[in-house]
Design a protein around this ligand. Structure first.
Ligand code: XMP
Length: 514
């Protein structure tokens, strides 16, 4: 069966993938394609998909810039419904001879549009609607075979359509949640204008990803670095389904993992047909890190050593393909990783050069958002502990142990981390927290234990709420829960005399301490 499909032409806008995802949410398949796709290429795609419409995404350029991305000049004759959004809206206007000019006033953020004619994409909307705009250029007029469907104070042609053909333009972004009726607008386009049938399900994407891995790996072998986080776990499960034990999953235990993590990973993945290697490399890492206190140096050493361990194993397996759990937000320029990268060196396999030359690097999750990955994880039967895991940094507890890393400090940090996790999960607060963990500071403080003076470590508790990790707030949880954490940490870990709560937002602090 061929899916009814909407193709999204990518003009470089930060919401381009979000459009694809919003369409899929309604059970209609959507693929992102190059902005200059030719009508013949669309005809070829029709052998695989029932292409029912095109969306031109937004983009950062101005239609007047010399290198501004332009669609194929014949695309409007492809005899398919077309919806241009923001830059896409301006492009269509320019292509058909409308007047597009820099706006007198740049509109950015929430705007109220007046709907002149609630038809087609705008069917069922009120006279005034709240939308999200972000544009420098404005469409001032449109030729006579088009009609204006909406305007704002500064934008005389905020929405238009062709009088006879199903071609529409919207200056705003229906795909972002700030456009109140955005879903209705997209549904109108998909179902009313393009007449799509909702014949696609999330399960189908699983089949597609498995097929892709099979084709790419061919008769060869593949390897993946499995961290136990949701993304690499899902990629591993998919690859195991695709190529069975021609897949080697490597879990490098650098020793800074949460308590019982290697056992947990082994337990989850022994159900899958794959070749799982768990290396205990703690000694090797501690050796390299002896007397190192600088956080950036620590991160760098751990990252490099991780790659070296991984390479040694990869070489032995003879794998010619590398599979990675990279997801869509990892790739976008404005994503949290890039933002954070400026602040600290993030550790992941993609970020460091691997000396082995692989024939192929396969990233089956590259177009998915985190919550879509979670849905796939559930459908693949991965346990709840994986599906709803909090993010865990590549260098693990090492960025939560301040100062030199020693076996003693790692042991204390693991215990404290376990207590924080247990107490937060027992109180049911984890649903609202982005991350919850303990930090072993390098400060010692005086205490009294069993009537005697004690001098021990200070543990900090870090509980944050966040949506994207770009910003975060410390969580204002009940004191009773903090009290239970503090009591348990000082009772169960003899080396700790004091527990403090980190009440700093991000910014100015980062989420992790190092
Ligand atoms: P910061 O501390 O920069 O962290 O506010 C933002 C988010 O990124 C996670 N984090 C990492 N993730 N490799 C990762 O994959 C890393 O090296 C790394 N360092 C921090 C952190 O846990 C938070 O969710």
């Amino acid at each position: 069966m061929k899916y009814d499909t909407i193709l999204v032409l990518d003009f470089g806008g930060q919401y381009c993938h979000l459009i694809g995802r919003r369409i899929r949410e309604h059970g209609v398949y959507s693929e992102i394609v190059a902005h200059d796709i030719k009508p013949e290429e669309i005809r070829l795609l029709k052998e695989k998909f029932n292409v029912k419409g095109l969306i031109f995404s937004g983009g950062p350029a101005s239609v007047y810039e010399p290198n501004a991305p332009k669609p194929n000049p014949h695309i409007l004759d492809a005899e398919l419904p077309i919806l241009g959004l923001c830059y896409g809206h301006q492009l269509i206007a320019q292509m058909v001879g409308g007047k597009v000019e820099p706006a007198k006033e740049r509109e950015y953020g929430i705007a109220y549009v007046t709907i002149n004619k609630p038809v087609g994409v705008l069917k069922g909307l009120n006279a005034k609607e709240k939308v999200w705009m972000s544009h420098g250029d404005t469409v001032f007029s449109i030729p006579a075979d088009y009609e204006v469907l909406a305007h704002t104070e500064n934008c005389p042609v905020a929405a238009f359509r062709h009088k006879k053909k199903p071609i529409y333009g919207l200056q705003w972004h229906p795909e972002v949640v700030h456009t109140e009726k955005g879903t209705k607008m997209l549904r109108n386009f998909i179902f009313e204008v393009c007449k799509c049938k909702a014949n696609w399900k999330m399960e189908d994407i699983i089949e597609k990803m498995i097929e892709e891995i099979k084709t790419e790996v061919g008769e060869g072998k593949a390897i993946i670095a499995l961290s136990g986080g949701i993304d690499s776990s899902v990629a591993t499960a998919l690859a195991a389904k695709a190529i069975g034990n021609r897949l080697t999953a490597v879990f490098v235990d650098h020793g800074f993992m949460r308590e019982n993590e290697p056992e947990f990973v082994k337990n989850v993945f022994q159900k899958f047909k794959l070749n799982l290697i768990i290396t205990d490399a703690q000694k090797r890492f501690l050796e390299k890190l002896r007397e190192v206190t600088d956080p950036e140096k620590k991160r760098k050493i751990i990252g490099e050593e991780f790659i070296r361990v991984f390479e040694e194993i990869a070489e032995k397996t003879g794998a010619d393909c590398l599979i990675q759990g990279t997801i869509y937000p990892d790739r976008i320029e404005s994503g949290f990783r890039k933002f954070s990268d400026k602040i600290k060196t993030h550790h992941n396999v993609a970020g460091l050069p691997i000396k082995i030359k692989f024939k192929k690097i396969i990233e089956p999750l590259r177009d998915l958002y985190k919550d879509e990955v979670r849905r796939v994880a559930k459908m693949l039967g991965l346990p709840k502990e994986i599906v709803s895991r909090q993010p865990f940094p590549g260098p693990g507890l090492a960025v939560r142990i301040i100062g030199e890393l020693t076996e003693e400090k790692v042991r204390i940090a693991k215990k404290a981390d376990k207590i924080v996790r247990e107490e937060i999960e027992k109180s049911g607060l984890e649903e609202n927290l982005w991350q919850y963990f303990a930090v072993l500071t390098d400060t010692k403080a005086t205490g009294v234990k069993g009537d005697a003076r004690a001098y021990g470590y200070v543990v900090a508790v870090r509980l944050v709420e966040s949506r994207e990790a770009m910003t975060a707030s410390f969580a204002k949880i009940p004191y009773e829960v903090l009290e239970r954490i503090s009591t348990r940490v000082t009772n169960e870990i003899s080396e700790v005399t004091r527990v403090v709560y980190d009440v700093t937002h991000k910014p100015p602090a980062t989420i992790e301490w190092e």
